[in-house]
Design a protein around this ligand. Structure first.
Ligand code: GLA
Length: 740
């Protein structure tokens, strides 16, 4: 059985034709081997003699005629290291002789906890396979879904766990997928952080034992992000083999990277098993999140280019205006008044800022926190989603009309899943929050979490959001979420079933977002959680952009944006220009430096622009216009991290190249020149060596005597030299190259 499929028809409409790839899915009846090919990747697994589904290969694309013999279970290395444990199973139940991380662990009604999953059957799907496993005795069925992307070779894997028995079964641990790598020397990359300090790329040697990346907080979290990349041997930014994955789940999650006693590595990820327990009644099913995985032979840079393209083409939602288009539209340049006014919003003040913003060339005006209920500060009002009459005596319409008259569209901040105890909603429905009866309710930022898993809470949240969007001409919601869970009780349900809150809450969140988008198909949404606390490939199916961090210091942002870019496309990365000296670090920087730092992603202005001098406003206006011209290249092109800002680097630089290689944009930053050092020559990447490209400064100058027009080969081999005057503290330059 051989099935090939390509996306050639879609690609005809795009300038990507030269890169068109095909994908193939095949199953060999004789050897019982499944093979998926896409992009530059092959993924192979088979049914071994015991009936287990066993991974056979994951890496560079193999020849079309290459074949595999039937999977052979690993040897029993010792009586302590069973064959069951050493065999890299695609989705192992905890049972039999398994010692390492299981994909699935259950308790049956009679107390039996042994689960051994064997191959049962499979079906072809449009871009892969559904493979059914079954416990050797009990009617527990697991359908493993595999699909592969023709362009990137990225696999999407998930599992449906089904109880076809008559008694309830409790699922205590359920992964979306497990990935295996053979014994070798590896480096693990992952992203860590904290509030105002998200997106640190952490790198360490893979050692024997398990490294657990997780959130137990009910949502994705700032501390770790559900993404990993494992480099082989000497692989680096530009070269070598890297395997990577990203979990699409915005609730508590866990990814375990485990090097076993024979040095093989397994990565298992899905629902966090901590405090987990999902009762599957007779006939019920549990769907896991999707775990995406891929392979690059071009280092970590190759990983992010594959992921960015995949996210743009396959993850991010489309509005009605862009439905059927290959890529979502670039983000409007926004103005947001949060850092300028905080909770002190009112009609006159917002209109004054909107006028200033429009004069800069901003596309969208967003009003942040403070417009609703009795919201004067963060002590009251969350949950009461009516317009505050004192601040907006005529409702939102005069402000929205004014914003439209100024040529911008309008966006609004909401925090739908939260409630302040000082609110009408909490006074009316104290039982709607996550809590354990009779126990204290721990407040964080003076707020509690509504139990979105409850159907009545889901209906309430969907209802008020729908009403806001129906009553007002709103193009955009900034959807915030400013604390993590505590006391996650759900006392409406029998004790044994309460832990399903970990699944139902997040599924209802996705359901609300999906219903809202269906009803208001042109509305766009940002996922914010006190900065970057809810960024993952699950929420990105329903939201158009994210707020990466409350830290808007333009220097800190360089390394945060660098870290962010390993996993997520700059298209979704909102970057605001705010005031100087910055509130967090007290660091003073120029408007030019701040603008260029923010122009690396989707640009926004969050400063009190009423205080800008005419010169500062003129500079910002010129740079916004320059940004508009090259934005698709910056946020949707191929990103090359030329000089990393990490580890106290004096310099940093990035470059993006659009997909048909007709344009490239380069950013260069100096932290602080030391000992008069000249900025390094930037050897560019990804250009067409034979084409001629003209260099235009956006900000800054090339070195005197440098060519204005030269071949791609020149820019890549000789490189771009910046003026010797480019030195000092917090300096920035940007250039564009256009094919002649
Ligand atoms: C969070 C967000 C900020 C702002 C405030 C408003 O901290 O990350 O951007 O919206 O809430 O309260």
């Amino acid at each position: 059985m051989l099935k090939t499929f390509s996306f050639g028809l879609v690609l005809l409409a795009m300038p990507l034709l030269a890169l068109a790839q095909t994908a193939a899915a095949r199953f060999d009846e004789g050897s019982k081997v499944f093979r998926l090919d896409g992009g530059n990747t092959s993924y192979v697994f088979g049914v071994n003699a015991r009936g287990e589904l066993q991974q056979l290969y994951w890496g560079g694309r193999l020849g079309a005629t290459d074949s595999f013999p039937q999977a052979r279970p690993a040897i029993e290395w010792a009586s302590f290291d069973s064959s069951y444990t050493n065999t890299p199973q695609e989705y192992a139940g905890w049972g039999g002789g398994l010692f390492n991380e299981p994909a699935l662990k259950v308790t049956f009604a009679d107390g039996n906890r042994d689960l051994v999953l064997h191959y049962e059957s499979h079906t072809e799907t449009t871009d892969g396979f559904d493979v059914v496993l079954k416990d050797i005795k009990q009617p527990i069925y697991v359908t493993l879904h595999y699909s592969i992307d023709a362009q990137s070779g990225i696999l999407a894997r998930s599992a449906t766990i089904e109880n076809r028995g008559t008694d309830a079964v409790t699922v205590e641990q359920a992964a979306a997928a497990a990935w295996a790598l053979p014994a070798s020397r590896y480096t693990l990359n992952y992203l860590t952080g904290r509030w105002a300090g998200e997106w640190t790329l952490t790198q360490e040697t893979v050692h024997p034992g398990a490294r657990v990346l997780e959130s137990r907080r009910g949502s994705t979290g700032h501390q770790a992000n559900p993404w990993f990349a494992i480099q082989a041997g000497e692989a680096d930014e530009n070269h070598g083999e890297v395997w990577f994955g990203a979990l699409g789940w915005s609730g508590s999650w866990r990814i375990t990277v485990e090097q076993d006693q024979l040095d093989a590595v397994r990565v298992t990820g899905g629902f966090n098993p901590f405090d987990f327990g999902y009762v599957l009644k007779a006939g019920a099913k549990l769907e896991t999140p999707v775990f995406y995985g891929g392979y690059s032979a071009h280092g970590l840079g190759g990983v992010s280019r594959l992921l960015h393209r995949y996210e743009l083409e396959h993850i991010l939602p489309r509005t009605q205006a862009t439905v059927g288009q290959p890529l979502p539209k670039v983000r409007p340049v926004i103005y947001n008044s949060w850092e300028a006014t905080e909770f002190r919003v009112n009609e006159a003040g917002q209109i004054a800022l909107a006028e200033k913003a429009a004069a800069l060339g901003v596309d969208r005006f967003v009003m942040d926190d403070g417009w609703f209920g009795q919201r004067k500060d963060d002590h009251a009002g969350l949950g009461d989603w009516y317009v505050n009459q004192e601040k907006f005596p005529h409702g939102l319409k005069p402000l929205i009309d004014k914003v439209h008259a100024l040529g911008m569209d309008f966006g609004l901040w909401v925090e739908p899943e939260m409630v302040n105890p000082d609110s009408d909603l909490y006074r009316k429905h104290p039982d709607w929050v996550l809590h354990f009866p009779g126990r204290p309710e721990s407040e964080q930022r003076n707020q509690l979490v509504l139990n979105l898993a409850r159907p009545d809470v889901r209906d309430y949240v969907l209802g008020f959001l729908d009403k806001i969007l129906t009553d007002n001409d709103i193009a955009f919601l900034k959807w915030d979420y400013n604390r993590n869970w505590s006391e996650p009780g759900w006392d409406q349900l029998p004790a044994a079933e309460q832990k399903r809150v970990y699944v139902d809450f997040t599924q209802n969140l996705y359901g609300i977002l999906s219903d809202l988008r269906k009803k208001h198909p042109n509305v766009e949404i940002e996922s914010c959680s006190g900065g970057g606390g809810r960024v993952d490939l699950g929420i990105l199916r329903y939201t158009d952009e994210v707020w990466p961090s409350d830290n808007t210091d333009p220097f800190d942002r360089l390394s945060q944006q660098d870290g962010f870019s390993y996993a997520y496309t700059p298209q979704v990365m909102m970057d605001w220009v705010t005031d100087s000296p910055h509130w967090l670090n007290k660091r003073a920087t120029s408007v030019s430096y701040r603008m260029l730092s923010s122009m690396q992603g989707s640009l926004g202005i969050g400063a009190n622009i009423a205080n800008w001098t005419p010169e500062e406003a003129a500079l910002a206006k010129r740079l916004i216009a320059a940004y508009h011209q090259v934005q698709p290249t910056i946020v949707q092109g191929d990103l090359y991290r030329l000089i990393s800002p990490r580890n106290g680097s004096e310099f940093s630089a990035t470059q993006t190249v659009n997909h048909d290689k007709s344009q490239s944009v380069i950013f260069a930053f100096i932290h602080s020149t030391q000992k008069g050092r000249t900025f390094p020559t930037l050897k560019l990447k990804g250009l067409d060596p034979a084409a001629q490209y003209a260099l235009t400064p956006i900000e800054g100058k090339p070195r005197e005597g440098s060519p204005v027009v030269a071949s791609g080969a020149w820019w890549m081999n000789h490189g771009l030299d910046l003026t010797e005057d480019f030195r000092g503290d917090f300096q920035a330059a940007a250039f564009r190259l256009d094919r002649k």
